[in-house]
Ligand binder design. Structure first.
Ligand SMILES: [Zn+2]
Ligand SMILES: [Zn+2]
Length: 313
């Protein structure tokens, strides 16, 4: 189902409620009254290593003509995809998850990787999972496959109906530049600064109707601003400048080097000029979504929203 209008969205919500009394339907579906786009940006998880029950681990889906492409696999990724699918984004049916781009190998971005490998496989995914990421993704994949080797053996050899191809993973280690292209989109990786990580990527997606840049984890990066250069949507990590001063000095040192403050993001966004700036992977430290947006707007005049899980843009 497409979200062609608020009426369609309401009808969908009613239909979902009718089939699942327990499903909360308050998540924002923010497309308003325009022709159904071919590309939908879905925030599957906006969280951080903090175990916030309302924010799943970092994961974003770009869905083009009902075909999903994921960025990162934070904990909860497959269940959030299932939730989006239940709300009408049919490309996010878990068994259709076949392509993922990993920004870097920090655990908060990859703790859901085994989930992404195995859960759709059990649900009869019928093709290998293709994963693109920095050097190290291949070794991580080998370890994941070894860790669950007995599980895979039992599932494939005994009574479960299973599609062996769905249990395969093709891990591709990529360099900055064009990393993927098919009939629906092209994907470029950009190196971003993230402390001691030798390789951390942002990705730019160009589809028939949208250009979307996802920062991953990054300190302020001029290269990332250039990668956007007037893109339709920039999804960027951020920490609260107000919250930062409440942090212990040793944590402040870490955040300053590894991440981007709201004030720094304002400067970056002014250079990047996105049609919409979406804050994700937010470190609030007691600040609200509204106050965080206000922090960014203090230095940036463009459109800004603070993303929540299952928001659709
Ligand atoms: Zn990180
Ligand atoms: Zn992170």
């Amino acid at each position: 189902m497409r979200h062609a209008s608020p009426i369609a969205t309401t009808a969908m919500a009613v239909a979902v409620l009718a089939t699942s009394a327990s499903l909360v339907t308050t998540g924002a579906i923010r497309l308003k009254g325009r022709a159904a786009p071919r590309t939908q940006l879905v925030l599957l998880g906006t969280g951080t290593p903090n175990a916030d029950p309302d924010r799943s681990g970092p994961a974003v889906a770009i869905v083009v003509d009902d075909v999903p492409y994921l960025v990162d696999a934070g904990p909860g990724v497959v269940r959030r995809a299932a939730a989006a699918s239940a709300r009408g984004i049919k490309g996010l049916d878990p068994k259709l998850l076949r392509t993922a781009f990993i920004t870097h190998l920090h655990s908060d971005h990859t703790a859901g990787y085994p989930d992404l490998v195995f859960t759709p496989a059990v649900l009869e995914r019928d093709a290998p999972l293709q994963v693109y990421g920095p050097p190290g993704i291949r070794v991580m994949t080998d370890h994941v496959m070894k860790a669950w080797a007995e599980d895979v053996d039992v599932r494939l050899r005994d009574l479960e109906p299973a599609k062996p191809a769905g249990y395969e993973v093709r891990a591709h280690e990529v360099k900055p530049g064009l990393v993927y292209k098919d009939a629906r989109l092209s994907v470029h990786a950009f190196a971003v600064p993230h402390g001691a990580w030798k390789r951390s990527f942002a990705y730019r997606f160009d589809t028939p109707d949208r250009s979307i840049v996802v920062s991953g984890d990054s300190g302020p990066s001029g290269q990332l601003a250039s990668a956007c250069n007037g893109c339709d949507v920039l999804v960027h990590e951020v920490y609260s400048t107000a919250g930062f001063v409440t942090r212990p000095p040793e944590w402040q040192r870490y955040h300053r080097v590894y991440h981007t403050s709201s004030a720094e993001l304002a400067t970056l966004a002014a250079k990047a000029r996105p049609g919409l700036l979406v804050l994700y992977h937010q470190l609030f430290w007691g600040t609200t979504d509204e106050a965080l947006v206000a922090e960014v707007k203090r230095g940036y005049a463009g459109k800004v929203v603070s993303g929540r899980d299952l928001d659709v843009f």
